[in-house]
Design a protein around this ligand. Structure first.
Ligand SMILES: Cc1ncc(COP(=O)(O)O)c(C=O)c1O
Length: 400
């Protein structure tokens, strides 16, 4: 009789046949530890993940379906088909008003995979990566997975919002520093790195021979202007900078898993190898859809931003006046509210309690590294009635 998986002996991954300790030591993502409490409960309003309730626009889905039907289902080239790379090069060139050559562009299987490949390219065991925090947790876990040390430099929280003191970065860099990971617009704080600081940090990195991994996946999620300041506005092609971007957020394509990297042209071939040994290629029908998303997606990006603005307006009216809430600043970019709950210093336990008692899902500060202690993150990229209902629930919970 075949052995049932339920009767098989328990296999301990740290026991006789251990997996790599750099991997087994990685802690569970704390947002999931909250989401699991509400898993399967349809009454919970889950604002814990970084995702809108707007579906991928129909014209993008249609393009993927048409490409599939026409036979775009075979292996594809590693760094993306030339038409997609050309489209992205033209998009970046137009957005930042400077020529960005196709040789600097590689499509990737998501922003996350772009980040992990950057780390695979750069981090030797024992190297460190400066991580500006609070920050979305996956990048620092990626550093650990490579056997590197994430070395945190915290943003300063001030009455006018979050600020980065570059001196803190300069003091943290040593001869094992391989890269500086900076995410702007920032998840979770909404902080936007000023253009002048980007120029100064780039100058420092050129002199020191340290890479910048610039995570700019929220570049278009701004409430004034067309895009947030980008390292691309300061770079020459062979600068030690890797700019990560994604279709997930502004084009509402979180489940599609497609993004891109802007990198020095000289690393194209080695990056192609890294792609080959991770996932080999992005599905070609997704690439066709991505071309259409960029070419025809500007109206949708404006619609997404307007949708987020409605959520942000509701929060602006309701959140600061609530019992026990402090620290909230209306973000200039991204789709996150970041705030403190007085008396809620154990953010994981409090966020889990809010799910149980108020049927509301928010992310605990403990997920976002140093500088986020006592803070909470809520994604407001949802329809106004859901955001209003979420505010009602939070208000009732905090007044109880
Ligand atoms: C700051 C940041 N970078 C990268 C990503 C990854 O995006 P994706 O892998 O969906 O492209 C996210 C997703 O939440 C994010 O918040």
């Amino acid at each position: 009789m075949p052995e049932s998986p339920h009767t098989a002996p328990h296999f301990d991954i740290n026991g006789d046949a251990p997996i790599r300790t750099d991997v087994s030591a990685i802690e569970r993502q704390q947002i999931l530890a909250v989401a699991e409490v509400g898993h399967g409960d349809p009454d919970v309003i889950g604002l814990w993940y970084g995702e809108s309730d707007l579906a991928t626009p129909r014209f993008i889905c249609d393009a993927a379906a048409a490409a599939m039907r026409s036979g775009d289902t075979f292996y594809s080239v590693k760094r993306g088909v030339p038409e997609l790379r050309r489209t992205l090069a033209d998009y970046c060139s137009a957005l930042y008003d400077r020529p960005i050559d196709i040789e600097r562009i590689s499509a990737t299987a998501s922003g996350m995979s772009a980040i992990i490949m950057c780390l695979q390219l750069l981090v030797n065991k024992g190297d460190n990566v400066i991580v500006v925090s609070p920050v979305w947790p996956n990048a620092q876990s990626g550093v650990r997975m490579m056997g590197g040390e994430p070395r945190f430099v915290t943003l300063d929280s001030t009455p006018t919002g979050f600020h980065l003191d570059l001196e803190k970065i300069y003091a943290a860099v040593d001869d094992r520093t391989k890269a500086i990971f900076v995410n702007s617009p920032n998840n979770p704080t909404g902080w936007v790195m000023p253009s002048a600081q980007q120029a100064e940090l780039l100058d420092f990195c050129r002199k020191k021979g340290v890479w910048i991994i610039a995570d700019e996946v929220y570049a278009r999620m701004v409430y004034e202007g067309k895009a947030a300041p980008s390292f691309l506005e300061h770079m020459v092609p062979n600068d030690p900078v890797l700019v990560v971007n994604s279709f997930s957020k502004s084009w509402a394509m979180t489940g599609w898993r497609i993004g891109w990297l802007v990198h020095p042209p000289s690393i194209g071939d080695v990056l192609g190898n890294v792609v080959e040994f991770n996932y080999s290629c992005i599905p070609p029908f997704l690439q066709k859809a991505a071309i259409v998303a960029v070419d025809q997606g500007e109206e949708f990006i404006a619609e997404m931003n307007a949708h987020c603005r409605l959520g942000r307006d509701i929060l602006e009216q309701r959140l600061p006046g609530m019992n026990r809430i402090s620290g909230y600043q209306t973000p200039a970019a991204s789709f996150y509210a970041f705030f403190r709950i007085d008396g809620g210093e154990d953010t994981l336990a409090t966020a889990q309690d809010i799910v149980r008692k108020a049927k509301l899902g928010i992310a605990p500060g403990s997920a976002f590294g140093p500088g986020a202690e006592g803070w909470y993150r809520l994604c407001f990229a949802q329809s106004p009635d859901r955001i209003s209902a979420a505010m009602d629930r939070l208000e009732a919970y905090l007044s109880a």
